[in-house]
Design a protein around this ligand. Structure first.
Ligand SMILES: [Zn+2]
Length: 52
């Protein structure tokens, strides 16, 4: 049998890589690893949105 996994306090996935999110950062759920680069993603998205 598998051992118990980490208690799912949040049933959210990282917006960047799809791993279990560690928290809500800059308007998106991200894991610890992507927490630092989510700003780049947000910038890219906003650039695309503002591209008129
Ligand atoms: Zn991630």
């Amino acid at each position: 049998m598998f051992s118990e996994e980490v208690p799912s306090k949040m049933n959210q996935q990282c917006k960047v890589c799809g791993e279990p999110a560690a928290g809500f950062h800059f308007g998106a759920f991200t894991c610890e690893g992507c927490k630092g680069c989510i700003t780049v993603v947000i910038e890219l998205v906003s650039q695309t949105t503002q591209a008129h």
